[in-house]
Design a binder for this molecule. Structure first.
Ligand SMILES: [Zn+2]
Length: 261
Protein backbone atom coordinates (compact mmCIF):
# COMPACT_ATOMS: atom_id res chain seq x y z
CA UNK A 1 0.00 0.00 0.00
CA UNK A 2 1.07 3.55 -0.66
CA UNK A 3 -0.33 6.51 1.25
CA UNK A 4 -0.38 10.07 -0.08
CA UNK A 5 -1.33 12.99 2.14
CA UNK A 6 -3.94 15.20 0.47
CA UNK A 7 -4.78 17.38 3.46
CA UNK A 8 -3.58 17.79 7.04
CA UNK A 9 -5.30 20.85 8.51
CA UNK A 10 -7.99 20.75 11.14
CA UNK A 11 -11.02 23.04 10.86
CA UNK A 12 -10.23 24.87 7.60
CA UNK A 13 -7.50 24.81 4.99
CA UNK A 14 -4.85 27.47 4.58
CA UNK A 15 -3.99 28.90 1.16
CA UNK A 16 -3.74 26.24 -1.53
CA UNK A 17 -3.98 23.37 0.97
CA UNK A 18 -6.68 21.09 2.42
CA UNK A 19 -8.18 19.64 5.59
CA UNK A 20 -8.37 15.91 6.31
CA UNK A 21 -7.77 13.59 3.35
CA UNK A 22 -5.56 10.63 2.47
CA UNK A 23 -5.14 8.82 -0.82
CA UNK A 24 -4.54 5.09 -0.37
CA UNK A 25 -3.25 3.13 -3.35
CA UNK A 26 -3.46 -0.66 -3.12
CA UNK A 27 -1.60 -2.00 -6.16
CA UNK A 28 -3.42 -0.08 -8.94
CA UNK A 29 -6.60 0.58 -6.96
CA UNK A 30 -7.34 3.99 -5.49
CA UNK A 31 -9.19 4.72 -2.24
CA UNK A 32 -9.92 7.98 -0.49
CA UNK A 33 -9.88 8.29 3.30
CA UNK A 34 -11.81 11.34 4.47
CA UNK A 35 -12.72 14.06 2.02
CA UNK A 36 -12.31 17.45 3.66
CA UNK A 37 -12.18 20.94 2.25
CA UNK A 38 -9.73 21.20 -0.65
CA UNK A 39 -9.06 17.46 -0.83
CA UNK A 40 -10.44 17.01 -4.35
CA UNK A 41 -8.23 19.81 -5.70
CA UNK A 42 -5.23 17.98 -4.20
CA UNK A 43 -6.30 14.52 -5.40
CA UNK A 44 -6.44 15.79 -8.99
CA UNK A 45 -2.65 16.00 -8.93
CA UNK A 46 -2.49 12.20 -8.56
CA UNK A 47 -5.61 10.66 -10.07
CA UNK A 48 -8.86 11.31 -11.90
CA UNK A 49 -12.10 11.91 -10.02
CA UNK A 50 -13.36 8.76 -11.71
CA UNK A 51 -10.60 6.59 -10.29
CA UNK A 52 -11.80 6.15 -6.71
CA UNK A 53 -13.00 2.64 -5.96
CA UNK A 54 -14.38 3.68 -2.59
CA UNK A 55 -14.28 6.39 0.05
CA UNK A 56 -14.03 5.85 3.82
CA UNK A 57 -15.32 8.63 6.09
CA UNK A 58 -14.42 8.87 9.77
CA UNK A 59 -17.28 11.24 10.65
CA UNK A 60 -19.32 14.15 9.35
CA UNK A 61 -17.57 17.24 10.65
CA UNK A 62 -16.99 19.51 7.67
CA UNK A 63 -13.21 19.33 7.81
CA UNK A 64 -13.54 15.59 7.07
CA UNK A 65 -16.30 15.53 4.47
CA UNK A 66 -16.82 19.01 2.97
CA UNK A 67 -15.85 17.87 -0.54
CA UNK A 68 -18.18 14.85 -0.63
CA UNK A 69 -20.89 16.71 -2.56
CA UNK A 70 -18.43 17.73 -5.28
CA UNK A 71 -17.04 14.20 -5.38
CA UNK A 72 -20.56 12.93 -6.03
CA UNK A 73 -20.88 15.37 -8.95
CA UNK A 74 -17.48 14.23 -10.19
CA UNK A 75 -18.59 10.61 -9.95
CA UNK A 76 -21.67 11.48 -12.01
CA UNK A 77 -19.77 13.05 -14.89
CA UNK A 78 -17.14 10.29 -14.75
CA UNK A 79 -20.01 7.84 -15.16
CA UNK A 80 -21.64 9.76 -18.01
CA UNK A 81 -18.36 10.14 -19.90
CA UNK A 82 -17.37 6.52 -19.45
CA UNK A 83 -14.55 7.14 -16.98
CA UNK A 84 -16.14 4.76 -14.50
CA UNK A 85 -18.60 1.89 -14.71
CA UNK A 86 -19.46 1.26 -11.09
CA UNK A 87 -21.09 3.68 -8.65
CA UNK A 88 -18.81 5.21 -6.07
CA UNK A 89 -19.06 3.47 -2.69
CA UNK A 90 -18.90 5.77 0.32
CA UNK A 91 -18.42 3.97 3.64
CA UNK A 92 -19.44 5.89 6.75
CA UNK A 93 -21.30 5.35 10.01
CA UNK A 94 -25.07 5.76 10.20
CA UNK A 95 -25.15 7.35 13.66
CA UNK A 96 -26.01 10.69 12.05
CA UNK A 97 -28.72 11.82 9.61
CA UNK A 98 -25.84 12.96 7.40
CA UNK A 99 -25.37 9.31 6.39
CA UNK A 100 -28.41 9.65 4.12
CA UNK A 101 -26.58 12.31 2.09
CA UNK A 102 -23.89 9.83 1.01
CA UNK A 103 -26.15 8.30 -1.62
CA UNK A 104 -26.52 10.36 -4.78
CA UNK A 105 -28.77 8.95 -7.49
CA UNK A 106 -27.18 5.90 -9.06
CA UNK A 107 -23.72 7.48 -8.99
CA UNK A 108 -22.74 7.17 -5.33
CA UNK A 109 -23.96 4.79 -2.62
CA UNK A 110 -23.61 5.25 1.12
CA UNK A 111 -22.74 2.02 2.92
CA UNK A 112 -23.02 1.88 6.72
CA UNK A 113 -20.05 0.63 8.74
CA UNK A 114 -19.22 0.49 12.44
CA UNK A 115 -17.17 -1.29 15.09
CA UNK A 116 -18.88 -4.60 14.30
CA UNK A 117 -18.27 -4.29 10.57
CA UNK A 118 -15.40 -5.41 8.38
CA UNK A 119 -15.07 -4.37 4.76
CA UNK A 120 -13.26 -6.83 2.50
CA UNK A 121 -12.37 -5.72 -1.01
CA UNK A 122 -10.08 -8.02 -3.00
CA UNK A 123 -7.54 -8.54 -0.26
CA UNK A 124 -7.96 -5.16 1.40
CA UNK A 125 -9.50 -5.54 4.85
CA UNK A 126 -10.85 -2.53 6.72
CA UNK A 127 -12.07 -2.56 10.32
CA UNK A 128 -13.39 0.23 12.53
CA UNK A 129 -13.38 1.42 16.15
CA UNK A 130 -15.36 4.20 17.77
CA UNK A 131 -13.34 6.99 19.38
CA UNK A 132 -14.15 9.69 21.93
CA UNK A 133 -14.97 12.87 20.02
CA UNK A 134 -17.69 15.56 19.97
CA UNK A 135 -19.37 13.56 17.25
CA UNK A 136 -19.47 9.81 16.64
CA UNK A 137 -16.17 9.05 14.88
CA UNK A 138 -14.66 5.88 13.48
CA UNK A 139 -10.96 5.13 13.51
CA UNK A 140 -10.04 2.75 10.68
CA UNK A 141 -7.53 -0.03 10.28
CA UNK A 142 -6.49 -1.00 6.74
CA UNK A 143 -4.71 -4.32 6.21
CA UNK A 144 -3.34 -5.72 2.99
CA UNK A 145 -0.90 -8.63 2.90
CA UNK A 146 1.48 -8.02 5.80
CA UNK A 147 0.95 -4.25 5.81
CA UNK A 148 -1.24 -2.31 8.19
CA UNK A 149 -2.31 1.31 8.51
CA UNK A 150 -4.44 2.91 11.21
CA UNK A 151 -6.06 6.32 10.74
CA UNK A 152 -7.73 7.85 13.76
CA UNK A 153 -10.02 10.45 12.25
CA UNK A 154 -10.80 12.73 15.19
CA UNK A 155 -10.50 11.68 18.79
CA UNK A 156 -9.60 12.68 22.31
CA UNK A 157 -7.34 10.91 24.80
CA UNK A 158 -10.21 8.99 26.37
CA UNK A 159 -10.49 6.88 23.23
CA UNK A 160 -9.89 3.21 23.95
CA UNK A 161 -8.05 2.11 20.83
CA UNK A 162 -4.64 0.83 21.95
CA UNK A 163 -5.52 -2.75 20.96
CA UNK A 164 -7.04 -1.54 17.69
CA UNK A 165 -3.76 0.21 16.78
CA UNK A 166 -1.49 -2.57 18.03
CA UNK A 167 1.56 -3.25 15.90
CA UNK A 168 0.45 -1.12 12.93
CA UNK A 169 3.13 -0.28 10.37
CA UNK A 170 1.89 3.30 10.41
CA UNK A 171 -0.46 5.15 12.75
CA UNK A 172 -1.79 8.37 11.21
CA UNK A 173 -2.94 10.21 14.29
CA UNK A 174 -4.65 13.52 14.74
CA UNK A 175 -2.61 15.97 16.82
CA UNK A 176 -4.20 19.29 17.73
CA UNK A 177 -2.49 20.49 20.89
CA UNK A 178 0.91 20.96 22.46
CA UNK A 179 1.69 19.16 25.69
CA UNK A 180 1.09 22.41 27.60
CA UNK A 181 -2.49 22.37 26.31
CA UNK A 182 -3.20 18.71 27.15
CA UNK A 183 -6.58 18.07 28.75
CA UNK A 184 -8.11 14.63 29.08
CA UNK A 185 -11.61 16.04 28.61
CA UNK A 186 -10.84 17.33 25.10
CA UNK A 187 -12.11 15.70 21.92
CA UNK A 188 -8.70 16.07 20.31
CA UNK A 189 -5.20 14.78 21.04
CA UNK A 190 -2.19 16.56 22.46
CA UNK A 191 1.36 15.59 21.60
CA UNK A 192 1.59 13.75 24.93
CA UNK A 193 -1.54 11.76 24.11
CA UNK A 194 -0.28 10.81 20.64
CA UNK A 195 3.11 9.68 21.92
CA UNK A 196 1.55 7.67 24.74
CA UNK A 197 -0.85 5.91 22.38
CA UNK A 198 1.89 5.12 19.83
CA UNK A 199 4.17 3.72 22.54
CA UNK A 200 1.48 1.60 24.21
CA UNK A 201 0.28 0.23 20.87
CA UNK A 202 3.80 -0.56 19.69
CA UNK A 203 3.27 0.90 16.24
CA UNK A 204 6.27 0.99 13.89
CA UNK A 205 5.83 4.66 12.93
CA UNK A 206 3.45 7.48 13.80
CA UNK A 207 2.46 10.33 11.48
CA UNK A 208 0.95 13.54 12.85
CA UNK A 209 -1.97 15.18 11.06
CA UNK A 210 -5.02 17.41 11.63
CA UNK A 211 -2.78 20.28 12.66
CA UNK A 212 -3.95 23.43 14.47
CA UNK A 213 -3.67 26.94 13.06
CA UNK A 214 -1.82 28.18 16.11
CA UNK A 215 -1.04 27.23 19.69
CA UNK A 216 -1.01 28.51 23.27
CA UNK A 217 -3.42 31.35 22.57
CA UNK A 218 -1.73 32.55 19.38
CA UNK A 219 -3.11 32.03 15.91
CA UNK A 220 -1.68 32.84 12.51
CA UNK A 221 -2.55 32.26 8.90
CA UNK A 222 -0.52 31.48 5.83
CA UNK A 223 2.81 31.72 7.58
CA UNK A 224 4.75 28.65 6.42
CA UNK A 225 7.73 29.33 8.69
CA UNK A 226 5.71 29.49 11.91
CA UNK A 227 3.59 26.57 10.77
CA UNK A 228 6.70 24.45 10.15
CA UNK A 229 8.22 25.43 13.48
CA UNK A 230 5.04 24.51 15.36
CA UNK A 231 4.82 21.12 13.67
CA UNK A 232 8.48 20.37 14.40
CA UNK A 233 7.92 21.34 18.04
CA UNK A 234 4.90 19.03 18.16
CA UNK A 235 6.89 16.14 16.70
CA UNK A 236 9.64 16.76 19.28
CA UNK A 237 7.11 16.57 22.08
CA UNK A 238 5.67 13.31 20.75
CA UNK A 239 9.21 11.85 20.83
CA UNK A 240 9.31 12.35 24.62
CA UNK A 241 6.70 9.59 24.91
CA UNK A 242 7.36 7.39 21.88
CA UNK A 243 10.70 5.96 20.84
CA UNK A 244 9.86 5.14 17.21
CA UNK A 245 9.95 7.41 14.16
CA UNK A 246 7.61 10.43 14.23
CA UNK A 247 6.61 11.76 10.81
CA UNK A 248 5.05 15.15 10.12
CA UNK A 249 2.43 14.70 7.38
CA UNK A 250 3.11 16.88 4.34
CA UNK A 251 0.54 17.56 1.66
CA UNK A 252 1.52 15.88 -1.60
CA UNK A 253 4.05 13.50 -0.07
CA UNK A 254 3.71 9.73 -0.42
CA UNK A 255 4.75 6.99 1.96
CA UNK A 256 5.15 3.27 1.39
CA UNK A 257 3.57 1.16 4.12
CA UNK A 258 6.30 -1.44 3.89
CA UNK A 259 9.09 -0.75 6.33
CA UNK A 260 12.52 -2.18 5.61
CA UNK A 261 13.58 -4.14 8.67
ZN1 LIG B 1 -14.32 16.22 14.18
Amino acid sequence: MKLTVLGNWGACPQAGEATAGLLLCVEDRVFLIDCGSGVLAQSGKFCSVGDFEAVFLSHYHHDHCADIGCLQYGSKFAFIYGLRREPLLIYGHDQSPRFEDLTYGSFAFGYAVGPDTTVERDGLRVSFAQTAHEQYNLAMRFEYGNESLVYTGDMGPRSDIVDFCAGADLLVCECCFLESEADDSLGHMSTRDVGTLAQKAGVRRVMLTHFPHGAEGAIWENDPKRTRELRERMAGEVRRYYDGPVLISKIGESYQLTVES
